[in-house]
Design a protein around this ligand. Structure first.
Ligand code: HEM
Length: 378
């Protein structure tokens, strides 16, 4: 446990961290990858480039510093991150590597401002935070449906829109246990790419009769093709094997939420689709508002039809001709619990629209595609 004196030192560094947090974590990543290039097999290099990952870690460290007198306040955030760590096979022996390079990053960016006293206090505090993660993750490793990455055979590959493909994968060797809203993690080794690459994809149907289904959008950012999504679209066919780690994630419909509004944009429909299917099967009152570019870009047509036939109220809005979702699309939903999912660019204005309608954050449950802590209010 960190001493009271060291707690005061940590608290005093909050303004400096706020000013330099992202710079420190960016420096830390560069130095860590230089010393441990094997970690490039685990980290998503696209998230590194766009800066969301450095920002997410900075936000977490900052949250931990702000809540030093009551670390319990950050436990819900730790759980979400720990699910991702478990799915990526992050192990206790990785933590000292991150700790060493994080402290060196603080030293490098702050220079003389980072006194030995500050470095010492942060060293102790980092170890305390790391232990919280290690303990939570240990329980998750024990509860996981299977250990490590297991081979699955691609049973179906269905092109749903010009840029979204749905895969159904199966294995006789594992129990395909998951809860609606969870994701699987795929490990691939695309030709021409020097590392292994890991990506999380939400399970997109609650029905696992033929295997686990997940949908992949072909990613192209500034003319750069997403390494994994393009490989899955172009290089993986029915009959091929894919390595998956066990389902993870804490995005789910709470048992006592009976009137629900699901909001999704684009491929963000994936976890919400499974959650809506589960909710309908439990007799819950489901409304689903979905935004996509036009009818050609409408995925999951078969699943939407089944949901509607089962009593769900489905509203699709085409941004090409009808514009983006706004508060008028959510009218009459004041008594519903809201679950939403999409890109970071989609989520932020949606949450603002809902807040503008007087809907409190406590009723808005969301899963962004990307590091959640980079948009978290702490
Ligand atoms: C993801 C924090 C330790 C590897 C994340 C995220 C956060 C975070 C906030 C983003 C989660 C999200 O996507 O919502 C932390 C903190 C740590 C820690 C506070 C220490 C106390 C580690 C260690 C490793 C690691 C020891 C392994 C060397 C990763 C990887 C991701 C991740 C690979 C996914 C990021 C990506 O590929 O984009 N972590 N982490 N983390 N973390 Fe950690």
């Amino acid at each position: 446990m960190i001493t009271e004196e060291k707690k005061e030192v940590i608290k005093a560094t909050i303004p400096v961290l706020e000013a330099h947090g992202t710079e420190i974590t960016s420096t830390f990543y560069q130095n860590m990858f230089k010393a441990h290039p094997e970690l490039l097999n685990i980290f998503n290099q696209t998230n590194q480039k766009i800066g969301d990952q450095p920002k997410a870690l900075a936000m977490t460290v900052l949250a931990a510093a702000k809540h030093i007198d009551n670390l319990d306040a950050i436990v819900p955030h730790v759980v979400g991150i720990a699910h991702k760590h478990r799915a990526l096979e992050i192990r206790p022996e990785h933590y000292p590597i991150v700790g060493k390079h994080l402290l060196e990053g603080i030293q490098e960016v702050l220079g003389d401002q980072a006194t030995p006293e500050i470095i010492d206090a942060w060293g102790d505090y980092y170890n305390q935070i790391a232990q919280v993660f290690i303990d939570v993750e240990q329980d998750m490793y024990q509860a996981a449906a299977w250990d490590g990455f297991k081979p699955f055979i691609v049973r179906k590959k269905e092109v749903m829109t010009p840029d979204i493909v749905r895969f159904t994968v199966d294995s006789d060797d594992v129990d395909k246990i998951f809860t609606a809203g969870q994701y699987i993690t795929v490990k691939v080794n695309p030709s021409g790419y020097p590392y292994e690459a890991l990506r999380h994809y939400s399970i997109c149907s609650n029905d696992a009769e033929d295997g686990i289904t997940f949908a992949v959008k072909r990613e192209v950012v500034d003319d750069n093709k997403g390494v994994v999504s393009n490989y899955l679209h172009d290089g993986i066919e029915e009959g091929d094997a894919l390595f998956l780690s066990a389902p993870a994630g804490d995005f789910k419909v709470e048992e006592d939420h009976d009137k629900l509004l699901f909001i999704a944009g684009g491929v963000g429909a994936t976890p919400v689709m499974a959650m809506a299917e589960e909710a309908v099967s439990k007799g819950k009152d489901v409304k689903f508002v979905y935004s996509t570019f036009n009818e050609d870009h409408l995925p999951f047509k078969d699943q939407f039809e089944k949901l509607q036939a089962a009593g769900a109220d489905i509203q699709v809005k085409y941004s090409d001709t009808e514009g983006y979702l706004n508060s008028s699309d959510f009218a009459g939903s004041d008594d519903r619990e809201i679950y939403l999912c999409g890109s970071m660019r989609f989520m932020t204005p949606m949450i603002a629209e809902l807040n503008g309608m007087g809907i409190d954050d406590s009723r808005i449950h969301f899963e962004p595609f990307g590091p959640k802590m980079s948009m978290q209010k702490v």
